[in-house]
Design a protein around this ligand. Sequence first.
Ligand code: ATP
Length: 514
Amino acid sequence: MSADPFKDLVSHCKEYGFIFQSSEIYDGLSGVYDYGSYGIELKNNIKSYWWKAMVQNHENIVGLDSAIMMHPEIWKASGHVDAFNDPLVDSKVSNKRYRADVLIEEALEKIMGKAEKEIEKARKRFGDDFVEEQYRRDNTRVAEYIQKHDEINQRFVDAMSKNDMVGLKAVIEELEIADPVSGSKEWTDVRQFNLMFHTQLGNIAGEEGKLYLRPETAQGIFVNFLNVQKTTRQKLPFGIAQIGKAFRNEIIARQFIFRMREFEQMEMQFFVQPGSEMKWYAYWKEARMNWHKALGTPESKLRFHDHENLAHYANAAVDVQFEFPFGFKELEGIHSRTDFDLKSHQELSGKKLQYFDPETNENYVPYVVETSIGVDRMFLAVLTNAYTEEEVPDAEGKESTRIVLKFPPALAPVKCAILPLLKNNDALTGTAREIFDDLKFNFLCQYDEKDAIGRRYRRQDAIGTPYCVTVDHQTLEDQTVTIRERDSLKQDRIPISKIREVVEAGISFRSLFQ
Ligand code: ATP
């Protein structure tokens, strides 16, 4: 493994056809990526896992596919025109641009990191006698770090909630944040920057024809709330799920597909009776965490992070954070959005967006709990978990390094490779082709006859294929093949007629849900 495992992962994605930089031959378009042949399969499987967990497994969740372009008033009602801003700041020396809130959050994390380091050292020193709470209080250095963190964090949260750009600049100065590129502490003033892309309707000039590319899929759900509720005859509580593209003019797009300008979201809005939202918020927190854990993600790589700085529409919000190669970062958001969106649309459109509750005989605007996850971030999380470099015996029994993507089989792009032992043997290739032609109706297979068998196995390992079936001379005599399992490298001899059953059992989504 090289000194930079993240770099290895990014080059693996390119080399093996998972992800390419958009417009590469024109030197690329920053923050935009294309998914290659294996990437699109993995992405589709991730979406399928989400859709099955949400729509297929819940009688009271239904799907929707709303358009990317919507009436521009929608983004006024939702608050995006006025408030979907990020505070940006430039270094006067390097001219590099940063998100002020991200710089501050990282600096605050560093202070807490120092405290945590001291605590860990003490835990080792005192062993079983260690009482963490007491140590946090009594050790002056640790107490000082925590106090400094809490005080500055409070000022940060206040400034963010009041849109106080001068206050944010003051926090940057107080934390003595330096530009990571130049080391300079000379910053411009902090300014607001709206993240929505816009375009123009062809036949209407000026402001009136201004359209936005949606920065989230959720609003398409809100404005269709009654259409969906009436046509599906759902009763509260019920949810609407949607997967689709979203666009944000991110100030800095970086960390590969973590922060993109064009990306995809999987969002579910769960409509509930006012007053019951905290119960459902807790329910969805747990359900979503379980969805992540069911993929075999180690618990140590997942955690909740409560929002202190609540968005204008929320009365509670939490992130599911995942430990990416560059640290713990938001993977998914779970937000209690109150009745903010439906009410705003009701006011601005003049159309009622109310639910008639047959149990109480009342009309009211439901409250909403939303779960929102980026497909691309999930893709990066799945890849991070899967990417493994390990020493294994090669065909001659000698130790060699292999790169293997240990995807949960249900998510793997190709499910089964069919490999005739020799290329120039019509009987072997013919039988292998017959097997391929039969299995291809059930799952994605790949037929490969080029190169030595060991190299073909390595190629399949590198794209994460869970099963390799080899057709050899014995196959011609007794209609059996060897089937090799990717992670254990175990090879079993099974009848051709059993291959489908074995692979289907291994790749089923059912095992994830159980
Ligand atoms: P961040 O704080 O990282 O900018 P956010 O809080 O603005 O994210 P949300 O508005 O809650 O994100 O969006 C929901 C989900 O959409 C996020 O959890 C993330 O997975 C995904 N997402 C948001 N912005 C991007 C982006 N620029 N690129 C890729 N995925 C994104």
